[in-house]
Design a binder for this molecule. Sequence first.
Ligand SMILES: [Zn+2]
Ligand SMILES: [Zn+2]
Length: 386
Amino acid sequence: MKRRDFCKLMAAGAAGLLAGGPLWPMLTEAKTNRAWWDWFCGQAPPRPPAFRVCDSHFHFYDFVQHTDGIPALIEAMDRNGVDHIMFSGMPLIKKWDRDAHQAPVYYLDNNGRTYWYSATDMLLARTLLDKVPEKERSRFHPFICGFNGTDLYAVEHVERMLDAYDGLWHGIGEVFGHRDDLTNMTFGETARGDHPALMKIYQLAGRLDLPVVLHNNVSSQGRPAELLYWPEVERAVGENPMTRFIWAHAGLSRHFEDIDQARYAARLGTLLEKHPNLHIDLSWMVFEDYIAPDPLAGPSKAWLDLIGSFPTRFMIGSDSIGRFSEEALTCADGRRDPRLMKYAFNIRKYHVLLERLRPAAARMVARDNFLDILPARVRKGLGREG
Ligand SMILES: [Zn+2]
Ligand SMILES: [Zn+2]
């Protein structure tokens, strides 16, 4: 950068600070995948969505257990073609430390720690029973997630929830095993996909016909290409053949650029071939960062081939956390700001995949696969027997 341009940039930043505005909008914009942003500007609401979908990975609460609430969620679902939603809370809560300079919202906002927060399940159940209008109820599929997956008593929390809200729950998850920095921030023992406490929960899930959404990063940030935690997932899935698993984000996470996506997709193919009880969700930044970094080109050939070869085994989800209102969408210049339309973006981004699949496969990935992993009693209620 030339010295004159550098000075100009610094002056703009300083002006922002002097005006009381934070520097972050400039930084966030620089980090945003510009191609995806441009693509989304042409696809955003109120433009009608091109596909009907199920949001198979969703959190009603964020990392401080805040939420925009049910009316905003139903509006967001309706505007973006979401017929059904996996409805879960957030198993961890971020502590607001006395010394924090400002109140944290996301787990990465500061160095404060997180702890397991079981109340999320009761809050979610009460919300479903009290706040979701009767005519919308069948679109919501509640999952239990508020347990510490390193506690051998965790399965008893699941049993208590099943007992307290008999017949309400449709699944378990998102279960947090190995994560990114979140693992380091969480008090206590490190969670892992095949922890004995989780194995008990998987067995219960298999007996009760409940699907399990598992987040277990395939490796650690420092050694991504070694796929250190792959064996944990293989063991969890292999030792519980009667349990239907959804491996969240295909095991990928931030800082995994060293993983060769073509080889990884091939390896996932062998895992899917071997374990018919395994499904994969493509949610989070994983989709736009690794699977389809160029929205105009669509997903890479390796991923497209993998999904096309196993069309009944993949699903999509927003992985939105607590915020889905579209109220704050308009920029000062009158344009909508796609960075704030997170729910819409995190549903519509999959259109670049769906439009490249055969129509029957697109329908499965977009919608049917999620409905088909739900308990038989739920499928029956939806008229999806067999
Ligand atoms: Zn996750
Ligand atoms: Zn999630």
